[in-house]
Design a protein around this ligand. Sequence first.
Ligand code: NAP
Ligand code: MG
Length: 488
Amino acid sequence: MAAKKTINQGVEWNYSPALESTSHVKLKSKYDLYIDGKWVKPQSKKYFKTINPANEEVLAEVAHANEKDVDLAVKAARKAYRNVWSKMAPSERAKYIYRIARLMQERAREFAVIESLDAGKVIRESRDVDVPLACNHFFYYAGWADKLQYAFPNRKVEALGVAGQIIPWNFPLLMAAWKIAPALAAGNTVVLKPAETTPLTALKLAEIIHDAGLPSGVVNIVTGYGDTGASIVNHPNVDKIAFTGSTGVGKIIQRAIAGTHKKSTLELGGKSANIIMDDAPIDQAVEGIVNGIFFNQGHVCCAGSRLFVQEGVAEKVIEKLKHRMDSLIVGDPLDKNTDIGAINSKDQLDIINGYVKIGNAEGAEMYQPKCKLPKSGFYCPPTLFMDVAQSSRLVQEEIFGPVLTIQTFRTVDEVLQKANNTPFGLAAGIWTDKGSRIFNLTTKLRAGVIWANTYNKFDPTSPFGGYKESGFGREGGLQGLGAYLKMN
Ligand code: NAP
Ligand code: MG
């Protein structure tokens, strides 16, 4: 919804709507499971609806896979691994991965629109971030498929076998790419389960995989709820579990596979610190704060959700930040003017609103710009909480929404102590003019990824992952490839 804007001259003006067209999008009304190169009806006979969180309209019905369906998918993946994929020349495997990337690129617009429809994310981001990065992951790993000996010199490398992969709803296609591309490049076959609120781009990816002529059973896509994920985790014939999602489910998975032969990587939650030193370029830092927390409605595992500002510049930073927030447009994800789209689900909106209530009950000072929210759909305005204690639940727990806490600090030691004092360790950001300050802080912050004078930058060549309750293992780069290989 285009908000009314006031520019300095006192003239009121509005953005005209700039809606992305949906006419080129092809969605079926009902999706079956993609197993062994075919669309098959679920043994469970059950389907569930996926909706557009921007207006609560049903987009499609999707199969709910049960244990028997997962068993069929694992059997298909095992057969494809044994008979075809492990025997194929790596350079041939590379061609298939490359073909997936090219086909996805050709249909990039359709993928971007479907991602926005199903997940509520703004079209500018799905078009410029999610889909291109997903393509790039396939391109990047296609390049490694026939060079594993060079990637890991003096090691004897071998695929693991069948990889079970479970992904969340915040970057549905991108997370599927992060999982499938390195698994295939390393010579594994795959059973992947997308999240229940965002299954559509994974199902479209199955169409592309089919069009690419990938041998049957190399990639199987099974949709469903948490129980479908659990069936993959508990299946005895899966060799690796690659999971991205909440720390709570990550712990369940770790317990479930303890004592088995299964390897695992867990990419879990975060509560990342974004630190503004007093010598930082303030205007750029404010843009970095906005990008850090409001990108993708704050549904970002590495969101810069805890802002630390050095006392000398705190007043100025907060004033500029509030001013910038006043200009953010909350509304229809398909409008190219929109900055903050829909919250992914009613459940997630309830969680976020629950934290807003806690913040108010704790007496923290809240700021939300006055913006009109659409009447249907799930929306949350960008929100700041100031005067929060280090012990506040808002500071310690992952909110996974457009809610930022602000704390001030005087010394480097103080900010290091506070920044490291959460159960998580996924990412951090530092804004300063001095290289020596950057090096000092990056060596002492306990976070898997640290950005300096930027935030939320991703690239397939660079590994991503966390410490502590943010999980273990890395995705992206050579590390992401190694996670799908036995090395002797
Ligand atoms: P979630 O509830 O843990 O769900 C993640 C996936 O696991 C979904 O496909 C879910 O299915 C499935 N699942 C649920 N219960 C399961 C079980 N017992 N066994 C196996 N699978 C199960 O997480 P989410 O709410 O979708 O995603 C948000 C979380 O992901 C946040 O904590 C965020 O920080 C994290 N995340 C981390 C990274 C990273 O790289 N570190 C990246 C993105 C997101 P349903 O959809 O049916 O519940
Ligand atoms: Mg949906």
